[in-house]
Each structure stands twice: as structure tokens, then as C-alpha cells.
Design a protein around this ligand. Structure first.
Ligand code: SF4
Length: 442
């Protein structure tokens, strides 16, 4: 598998006598160490990395920097989990990389290959599924049908047309998971937040702008009901990349859920969240939300809190949220930011097993961590001496399944039939008896 490099103009070249290597945190390994590589999936993007010299195996078998050009990395298409990072040496003063995942990429038999696995078989965000004319027709239909709905305006103008968001495009196409962003504010300050990077501390821009208004329960409900009633295997999801934390708008969400379930019992209501407030989470579960996806950079409280910089909540509260939800019979996924060399640290893996054991969570969505690994090391204050040799992400995928046979893997929030199959019961989100009103709201 040949090494790739790029010139300053971004022209890509292979290095015929050099082999590609992969990176896991502070270590570089020959490409074979990562097992089977796959052809670069359609819909992936290739980057050349300014100020970064590619590292590979020279004709004498030594791992060292390639004598010229910039390193190359792949931003692998959705539904694929990376097993190794692009390997490079960073020159002093090299710019921080924006919020993408930087997976290793090699050249063989006339094509690009990456160390990744297809973790979710569903073609929900495959490039082949998105046809611009059909999307344009869908946008027009929704604009005509909901002329006064600010959420439709935000989703069509901003998410579809400006950011090409796959979830918003699926909404326009009337299928799969429709996004319901709700909250402009957040109760955390993640180092790699994709919707808010503070200029006074961050050298990079946020990947997208945050919602600037609070939608009404009626605005949310009318588009959710429309999607649930018309789309096959429908899901509607609170908690999107273009907003803060939906729990801060729980009263609006609770009201919207009630309005939705008064009209339809179809589909899945899902909440993507940081899981900060167990009482609020339980309130929304009792109101009728079926599945919850809680985002984590780590299952270790210290790493979690160093990255999320939570305001008035702790990792222990996030864990309690998961436990309450499983007790209530709800579907619980973690959105696990996967970064080779960090995720597969022995201590991290032990913590992850403990979390699964203690909560009974049902699914791990192995999401590639969209962050510059060197910037992450710097901002988290990681010390190489404190790190052990990584276990390998592929080992984690296999070993965890062996230890927790009930556990499921994916990249997307599951549909109703999938949840029913795994929870083994009907997932009709009938309102449960509601406890006292929690004292936290937007
Ligand atoms: S929880 Fe989400 S919105 Fe809040 S800071 Fe973190 S990434 Fe950003």
C-alpha cells in the first residue's frame, strides 16, 4: 500500500517505493497492523494537510518522514469508522486543522484505500442516495407547505442549501431521520464544538452556525407530524449539529412531543443530547421520546469533563441519565467519538466496559472524532508518558461484542423495527406517569 503525498497546490501523488503507515495517538504502525483496508467509499473527501510532512516506510523499511510535500488524509463518508489516523510530522507554526476527521489513506491497484470499517449497513447518507433535482423539488414542497414555519426556513436555507446537511436533505426527500434543531444555547463548552468556536481561545472556525431563534412547539410539531406520517421508517430527532444543547429547551420539546403524539403514534422520536440533567431526561422520556443518543468523547470522567467543560453537571449525572432511561425501557445509544490511539487506550476501554455494564446501554454509534489530533492532545493536556500502547479500534469492535452480545453498533439512530427487534417489545411512545417538574429550563 503506497504512501500518498501532495504538493502545495493540492495535487496528489503516490510514492511507489514507500509504504503508508497509520497513526494511533503518539504511535505509527505499518498499514498491515490495522488489518483489512477498504476502497475509499464514495462520498469521502481527500485533504492535503498544510505544514505536515507525510510519514511512511522507506525502501529500507524505516518509518520516517517522506522527503517532500504535504501529508494526505481522508474524511471518510458517513457510516464508516476509522481505524488509523493520517501519519505526519507537524512543522512548527503549522495551522490547526479544522473540525474534520483525518483518516490515513494509501494507494494500491490504481485506487485509494482507507483503514476503516462500514459500521452501519443502512445507505441513509450514502452519496449515491442524494439527487440534487429531487432535493430541490423536496425543498420547494416543504417551503410551499409550511410558508410561515421558521424551522423549515432554517433547515432549507441553512442546512440543505448552505451546509448540505444529510439529515436536512433526507427531510426534504421525505425519508429516514428528520432534524428538529431547537436550542441556541448550551450547558457545556466542548473543545471541538462544531457549532461554536470562541475566537478568543480557538484558532479554527465552527463547522456550522447555530440556530438563532427558539422554535415554538407548534412549529416543531407540524413538520414532525408531516414527516412521521409520510416517510417510510420515520425518525424525527432533536439535538442537531446546528444547535446547542436541546435539554435547555426541554419545556418546548415536551410540549412539541405531546402535540406530535396527540396526532400520530408513528415512527420514532429521538433526542441527541449531552445527557446532562437526569430529571429532565426522565421527564422527556415520560412525555414520549423513544430513543436517546448521548455524546461522549470518553467514558472516563476526567477526560469527559476536560473536553466537555460542563456547566453545573458532571459525568456521573450523564451516566445516571442513561441508567434512568434503560429502567424506563427507552433505547439508549452513545455517540462515541472514535479517535485511534485514544479510544483504544486500555484505561479508556476498561471505562467503556464499565459504563456498558453499569447502564445497560444498547448501542454504540462509532462516530469518527472530527478534530485535529495534535490540537486535541494540546488542549486536553495529554502527556505521552501517561499513555499505553493502543489496543486497536478493530480489537475493540470484536472484543466488545464478545463481552456484551446484546450490544449493537451503528452510525445512525435506529428505526422503530430495529428498536423493537432489539428491545423485544412494542415501542409505542405512550406518555408515562410524570413525576415533579425539574427546576431547570431555558
Ligand atoms: S454539547 Fe454540543 S452544542 Fe454543547 S458545546 Fe458540546 S458539542 Fe457544542
Amino acid at each position: 500500500m503506497q504512501l500518498m503525498w501532495a504538493d502545495e497546490a493540492g495535487q496528489l501523488y503516490d510514492a511507489p517505493d514507500w509504504q503508508v503507515v497509520g497513526r494511533s495517538a503518539f504511535w505509527y504502525y505499518p498499514w498491515q497492523a490495522y488489518g483489512r483496508w477498504i476502497p475509499l467509499p464514495e462520498g469521502s473527501t481527500l485533504f492535503h494537510l498544510p505544514g505536515r510532512r507525510p510519514i511512511g516506510i522507506d525502501p529500507q523499511g524505516r518509518i520516517r518522514p517522506y522527503p517532500k510535500g504535504w501529508a494526505v488524509a481522508a474524511f471518510v463518508a458517513p457510516a464508516h469508522t476509522q481505524l488509523a489516523l493520517s501519519a505526519y510530522g507537524k512543522n512548527p507554526g503549522a495551522p490547526t486543522l479544522p473540525l474534520y476527521a483525518y483518516t490515513a489513506v494509501g494507494w494500491k491497484d490504481g485506487r485509494f484505500w482507507v483503514p476503516a470499517v462500514r459500521i452501519d449497513p443502512l445507505p441513509r447518507q450514502d452519496a449515491s442516495q442524494f439527487h440534487p433535482p429531487a432535493i430541490a423539488r423536496g425543498v420547494q414542497t416543504l417551503r410551499k407547505r409550511f410558508p410561515h414555519n421558521r424551522l423549515v426556513q432554517h433547515l432549507m436555507d441553512n442546512c440543505v442549501e448552505r451546509y448540505c446537511c444529510p439529515a436536512a436533505r433526507n427531510f426534504a426527500l421525505g425519508r429516514w431521520e428528520a432534524p428538529l434543531p431547537t436550542s441556541p444555547a448550551c450547558n457545556a463548552a466542548c473543545i471541538g464544538c462544531i457549532s461554536l468556536q470562541e475566537p478568543h481561545e480557538s484558532p479554527i472556525p465552527s463547522a456550522q452556525e447555530r440556530l438563532s431563534f427558539l422554535p415554538t412547539p407548534e412549529e416543531i410539531a407540524e413538520i414532525a407530524i408531516y414527516h412521521l406520517e409520510h416517510a417510510p421508517l420515520p425518525i424525527v430527532s432533536f439535538g442537531q449539529g446546528c444547535e446547542g444543547e436541546p435539554l435547555l429547551a426541554w419545556r418546548i420539546i415536551e410540549k412539541a412531543v405531546q402535540l406530535i403524539r396527540q396526532k400520530t403514534a408513528k415512527g420514532i422520536l429521538n433526542l441527541n443530547t449531552n445527557g446532562a440533567w437526569p430529571a429532565v431526561i426522565e421527564r422527556l422520556a415520560r412525555a414520549g421520546i423513544d430513543s436517546f443518543r448521548i455524546s461522549l468523547n470518553s467514558a472516563q470522567p476526567e477526560w469527559y469533563e476536560r473536553y466537555y467543560r460542563p456547566r453545573n453537571y458532571s459525568f456521573a449525572m450523564v451516566k445516571e441519565s442513561m441508567q434512568r432511561l434503560v429502567r424506563l425501557g427507552k433505547w439508549v445509544s452513545i455517540n462515541y467519538f472514535t479517535l485511534p490511539g485514544f479510544t483504544d487506550q486500555p484505561a479508556e476501554y476498561a471505562a467503556l466496559q464499565q459504563l456498558i455494564q453499569d447502564t445497560g446501554l444498547h448501542m454504540i454509534q462509532w462516530r469518527n472524532f472530527n478534530i485535529d489530533p495534535d490540537w486535541y492532545i494540546e488542549r486536553m493536556g495529554f502527556d505521552r508518558e501517561a499513555f499505553e500502547g493502543p489496543l486497536g479500534v478493530r480489537f475493540l469492535l470484536d472484543d466488545l461484542k464478545r463481552r456484551f452480545p446484546h450490544l449493537t453498533y451503528g452510525y445512525f439512530n435506529p428505526t422503530g423495527p430495529f428498536i423493537r427487534r432489539h428491545l423485544g417489545k412494542t415501542v409505542l411512545s405512550l406518555p408515562l406517569q410524570s413525576p415533579t417538574t425539574p427546576q431547570t429550563s431555558l
